[in-house]
Design a protein around this ligand. Structure first.
Ligand code: ZN
Length: 275
C-alpha cells in the first residue's frame, strides 16, 4: 500500500501568469484550474493521472478518514474561501444564502473566522439543522419569510457586514446586495450557469456609491491549502462528514451522481466508496 493522498478538484500548474499572480484557480494551462475535474478523463477511475502532482497532492494524516478528506477537495475549500472572501469583521454579522454542502461550509468558515451572528437562508429543515451545528445562529426560510426584511429586522435595519451567495441564482444574488450594509462585502460562491446578465439592485447598491464590494471565486486547490483544511478536521474544528447523507459502492456511482441531479431523498452529499 502506498500513502493515502487527496487531490483537489482544481489543479493549478503554479507556473502560469495567473498562478504566479496569486489567482491559481484561474490557471490558464491546458489541465490547470477547474479543467482537471471538468474536462480531464478518468478522474473517477481506480487509477488516474494528476497533473503537477508535486504541488497538488496532499498526504492524508492517519487520523483523518478518507471520507472526511474527500470534503477538502471541493466543499470545504470552496465554502471556506467564500467566507474568507467575505471579509467578515471579527464580531461582525454574516448571511449565507443556500445551504448545500458548499453553503454549509461557508457557515462553518464564517464561524471560524469570527462572525458573531450568522444568518443561514434555505428552506430545507435538514439543512437548517446542519447549519446550526456548523455555527448558524438564525435560520431564515425563504418560503415562509421575506428574507431581506427579516435579516434587516434582526440587524436593527443595518444589514450584515458580509453576505455569501452559495446557490447561483439571480434573486439570491440580488438579496445578498440588499442585505449587505454599506461598506460590506458580497462574496459570490454559487455557479451562475444561466442567462446573460446578473442584475444589481440599484438603490441597495447605493446608486453605485455604497462602498459595497462584490467578490467572486473558484475552489482553491494546492497541497498547502489541502493540508491546512485537513488540519482543521484533525483539530476537531469542523466535521464535514455530517453532510454525508448517502453512501454508495463504486459500482453504484451513477446512482450517486443522479441523486446530485435530482436532489431527491433530502440528499446533501452522497459518498462513493471504492472499497
Ligand atoms: Zn497556472
Amino acid at each position: 500500500m502506498g500513502d493515502r493522498v487527496a487531490v483537489n478538484a482544481v489543479t493549478p500548474c503554479w507556473q502560469c501568469d495567473n498562478c504566479q499572480r496569486g489567482f491559481s484557480s484561474q490557471c490558464t494551462q491546458p489541465l490547470g484550474g477547474y479543467k482537471y475535474t471538468a474536462q480531464k478523463d478518468g478522474n473517477l477511475a481506480e487509477y488516474f493521472h494528476v497533473n503537477d502532482a508535486q504541488a497538488n497532492l496532499a498526504p492524508i494524516p492517519d487520523d483523518v478518514s478518507d471520507e472526511a478528506a474527500a470534503y477538502t477537495t471541493d466543499m470545504m475549500s470552496t465554502g471556506f474561501k467564500g467566507a474568507e472572501n467575505a471579509a467578515i469583521p471579527l464580531g461582525g454579522t454574516a448571511a449565507v444564502f443556500g445551504l448545500g454542502p458548499v453553503g454549509l461550509m461557508a457557515v462553518a468558515g464564517a464561524r471560524l473566522l469570527g462572525a458573531a451572528k450568522i444568518f443561514a437562508v434555505d428552506c430545507v429543515p435538514e439543512r437548517f439543522k446542519l447549519a446550526k451545528e456548523y455555527g448558524a445562529d438564525v435560520t431564515v426560510d425563504f418560503k415562509k419569510q421575506d428574507v431581506v426584511a427579516e435579516i434587516l429586522r434582526l440587524t436593527g435595519g443595518k444589514g450584515v457586514d458580509s453576505a455569501m451567495e452559495a446557490l447561483g441564482a439571480e434573486p439570491t444574488f440580488e438579496n445578498c446586495i440588499k442585505v449587505t450594509r454599506p461598506g460590506g462585502t458580497i462574496s459570490n460562491i454559487g455557479y451562475h450557469g444561466h442567462g446573460d446578465y446578473i442584475r444589481i439592485p440599484r438603490l441597495e447598491w447605493g446608486l453605485g456609491m455604497a462602498d459595497k464590494t462584490i467578490k467572486t471565486l473558484l475552489c482553491p486547490g494546492g497541497s498547502e491549502r489541502m493540508a491546512r483544511l485537513m488540519s482543521l478536521i484533525q483539530a476537531g474544528r469542523v466535521d464535514p462528514t455530517k453532510m454525508s447523507t448517502h453512501h454508495f459502492k463504486f459500482a453504484e456511482v451513477e446512482k450517486g451522481l443522479n441523486l446530485m441531479t435530482t436532489k431527491e431523498d433530502n440528499v446533501i452529499k452522497p459518498v462513493i466508496h471504492f472499497t
